[in-house]
Design a protein around this ligand. Sequence first.
Ligand code: GDP
Ligand code: MN
Length: 385
Amino acid sequence: MNIHEYQAKEILSGYDIAVPRGRVCLTADQVERAAKMMGGHCVVKAQIYAGGRGKAGGVKVVHHPEQAQELAKELFARKLVTPQTGPEGLRVRRILVEEAVEIAREFYLSITLDRGASRYILIASAEGGVEIEEVAAKTPDKIHKLTIDPLTGLRSYQARKIALALGLTGSLCEDCVELILSLYRACLEKDCALVEVNPLVVTKAGWLMAMDAKMSFDDNAIYRHREYPDMVDYSQLDTLEITAGKYDLAYIKLDGTIGCLVNGAGLAMATLDVLNECGGKPANFLDVGGGASREKVAEAFKIILQDPDVKGIFVNIFGGIMRCDVIAQGVIEAANEVHCPLPIVVRMDGSQVEEGKRLLTTSGLNVQCADNLGDGAQRIVKMLG
Ligand code: GDP
Ligand code: MN
């Protein structure tokens, strides 16, 4: 789960990490008023669930409240496209107005999960800012990494080593040690998958400050934080993913043409692999879960059909907990309700499989039943020609 920069900064400031004074706004008039509050000279920052805003024109320093208002109007009116949003871009519904800060140096600092090591890893660079991807690609030796042992946690001497590697000395170095330790505490207590400060700056006045902040939470830990669901900005999410969330379906849009309806995440991933192997391109990942009801299957089916890229549907269900006749009823019900003209291949196995197949073949739908995963994948690819 992602949150906006302004929300991440609120959290970090609760851990005594300095952030610029700012105000989040929903209209261009609010932006103008906030700019006045900051003394006219301020930074206008589009809030979207993606980075790379600076280069895309989503972060600008302005010198007058009217200029801030004009810029806000422009940002609210269009979608912001950055290398991280994909070509369709993201709508801007919130703008953060911050006091302008004079920057002397920009660093990169983050903590994220290293899945290979099953540990949090701290990443830092003295060459932070909007070119960090290029630094990582061209001069990886300028990126410092530290794997954190969960048993001992992050120790001061380790944080100091990083601060020194960033070229900080004296009291700034000690401030940076405190900041790194605070960042780690925030990361643990908020169950973060990622917390990133880029740039972390030294201001011309000589203070450390988090100029940007990105935070994402581990989805499996959301239940431990009652405030998280209220922090979601739905304008940033795919509408089909929102609907899927309502019905507790795990749905992720992909860029192919074959809609997939599968029970179990492992089987869903295997299905995508086998489809690819047969020359098909999956349009989505969709896991209806173990004990899905007929209604849930029907909703899943409707979600897949709302995607205009879908040209055919592959249902792959192992009926261990779910009965195959129930699945078949769900598919038939949904396909009829939305007048589905697309070819469908159903591969089912498990309890009541014969009855399920009988229901499907007598349904009048453009449907074929498959005996196994490989057979099913080949059939749907063939049906799409
Ligand atoms: P991102 O491009 O989405 O990562 O957005 P950032 O919040 O990191 O902003 C991009 C760049 O704008 C930063 O790297 C800074 O160089 C610059 N920037 C952001 N806030 C300020 C500010 O208050 N003063 C100045 N001078 N530059 C800023
Ligand atoms: Mn940034």
